[in-house]
Design a protein around this ligand. Structure first.
Ligand code: GAP
Length: 488
């Protein structure tokens, strides 16, 4: 299987052509950094999120010790609000620290991220980098907070200011005590959440890779401080294995451990799971997911107030009166460990993935071009999306070979049976070769064709998207065979 011919332009064109992803508000010229998922895209992204939820949460067996896990553990889910109490973002540090540095050009009025001047484009012609035209006048770098601000209620004054969450994680931390007291979980356990996050990125770019509205799939895993390094190693490797299990098998996937200088102030370990997206120069990788050891930073912040680093310690940041600069809730978010009869603030390991970047990585990995013989044996070029059957938007397509001899009726019957279980597509228009190729481009792993023989022996052909091999199977066995193949 080769996908060395993948370029970003080809993936974007396929997404538009087949209805995976559209520019938001396209008929009005679009709006930078916002994307809509079309009929196939919504299924693909939903299947990815469902696979993550199933594999990480509902399918997790808390009674068994998984390979390489330090012990058995429980997993539960949450769905918290996008707008939260504004103090959440002050205590968490986002209000003060969640910014990028930007540079304005006084001549062209362009705004650029200070750390991306070398790869950004000045809007004027001829095409140059910001600062490279003779009359460019760049300002000193300034801070720009990435949180979207809004107002809650009818008054548009500072007391009504609130923010759209820039990460789903904080909704989990502030509910730690609620989950602990209502779901009978014991440390170690994880809380998972999938939901929208918003960042007013200065330069959204590279299709859905960096957008202003996106979805995250986050786990906050609470464990005893003494076991936290072992859990960190477990989650790092477990998350890489998840991508591989769904088809990110190539050398384009890598795990990169951050050096101490690259880590956030609260982190005692961070590793990025990265993918060599085709928009990047050869040899460069982009972040798909970050796995961080966040120590007790978050729970303590929401108890005591915003923390800052003082040598090896995290201490409450204080104002000129000695009071916490951004107070926490004052609620006790510690955990009483029955085994050791001690009270501890658990440490947190956070695997934080982007659903949109994951979708993009699966699309890029799956994109391929090859040539297959048509009905007359003449090689025809095709574009094929070799998506893992579990995440493919359409699991199977059902065709009558011809629109007569009872074939459409038989094919409809098969379609209705399979439709009860999966997203299945029925098509009787166009030559059979064209119908196959349309499904190949959509990533449909199986095509089922009713032909003359079907009326004689109750068999159909089952075509495999990747090999194009066709096997004859009994209609009675079809559902079981497709189920087996999807499960892999
Ligand atoms: N709670 C930790 C956190 O939010 P992050 O590294 O800022 O960490 C986690 O974000 C993941 O969210 C990233 O690895 C990426 O997949 C996704 N993500 C972050 N910003 C994004 C953006 N502007 N557009 C699309 N995905 C984004």
């Amino acid at each position: 299987m080769s996908n060395g011919n993948t370029t970003m332009d080809k993936v974007v064109a396929l997404c538009k052509r087949r209805g995976f992803i559209f520019q938001s508000s396209e008929i009005y010229g679009g709006i930078g950094g916002f994307w809509d998922y079309g009929p196939l895209g919504v299924e693909l992204k939903r299947n990815i999120k469902d696979a993550w939820w199933r594999d990480m949460v509902t399918g997790h067996d808390e009674t068994a010790q998984l390979p390489d896990a330090p012990s058995p553990y429980a997993m539960v889910g949450l769905d918290t609000t996008i707008i939260m109490h504004p103090q959440v973002w002050r205590a968490s540090g986002h209000f003060d620290l969640f910014y990028d540095l930007f540079v304005d050009c006084k001549t062209c009025k362009g705004r650029f991220r200070a750390d991306q001047l070398g790869t950004s484009q000045c809007p004027r012609k001829p095409s140059k980098r910001p600062g490279e035209h003779d009359d460019c006048e760049l300002t000193e770098p300034r801070e720009f907070n990435l949180m979207f601000k809004t107002y809650v209620g009818a008054l548009l004054d500072p007391t009504a200011e609130a923010y759209l969450r820039p990460e789903t994680a904080q909704g989990i931390f502030v509910n730690f005590k609620n989950v602990l007291s209502t779901s009978r979980v014991k440390v170690p356990f994880g809380i998972a959440q999938i939901g929208k996050s918003f960042r007013n990125e200065i330069t959204p770019r590279n299709f859905i890779f960096r957008s202003r509205e996106f979805e995250q799939m986050e786990i906050e895993f609470f464990c005893a401080p003494a076991d936290s390094q072992a859990w960190y190693a477990y989650w790092r490797d477990r998350r890489v294995a998840w991508y591989v299990s769904l088809g990110l098998k190539s050398e384009k996937l890598q795990l990169r451990e951050h050096g101490p200088e690259e880590r956030a102030h609260y982190s005692c370990g961070t590793a990025d799971i990265e993918y060599a997206f085709p928009f990047l120069p050869e040899g460069e990788f982009g972040e798909l997911e970050g796995v961080s050891h966040r120590s007790d930073f978050d729970l303590r912040s929401h108890m005591e107030g915003k923390l800052v680093r003082d040598g090896d310690e995290l201490v409450v940041e204080r104002d000129e009166h000695g009071q916490p600069r951004h107070p926490g809730s004052g609620k006790d978010l510690s955990y009483f460990d029955d085994a050791t009869q001690t009270k501890v603030v658990p440490h947190v390991i956070e695997p934080s993935a982007g659903a949109d970047r994951t979708t993009l990585a699966f699309l890029c990995e799956a994109y391929d071009e090859d040539a297959i013989p048509d009905e007359k044996g003449v090689p025809q070029e095709r574009v094929v999306l070799r998506l893992h059957p579990r995440i493919a938007p359409i699991k199977a397509a059902v065709f009558p070979l011809v629109k007569k001899d009872g074939q459409p009726e038989l094919a409809s019957e098969i379609y209705r049976t399979l439709k009860k279980r999966w997203n299945v597509f029925y098509d009787e228009k166009g030559s059979i070769g064209k119908r196959y190729r349309r499904q190949d481009e959509s990533g449909t792993p199986y095509c089922i064709t009713v032909d003359h023989q079907t009326t004689e022996d109750d068999t159909v052909t089952l075509r495999d998207r990747d090999t194009t091999e066709q096997t004859r199977v009994k209609i009675a066995d079809l559902e079981g065979i497709v189920a087996e193949r999807i499960a892999g």
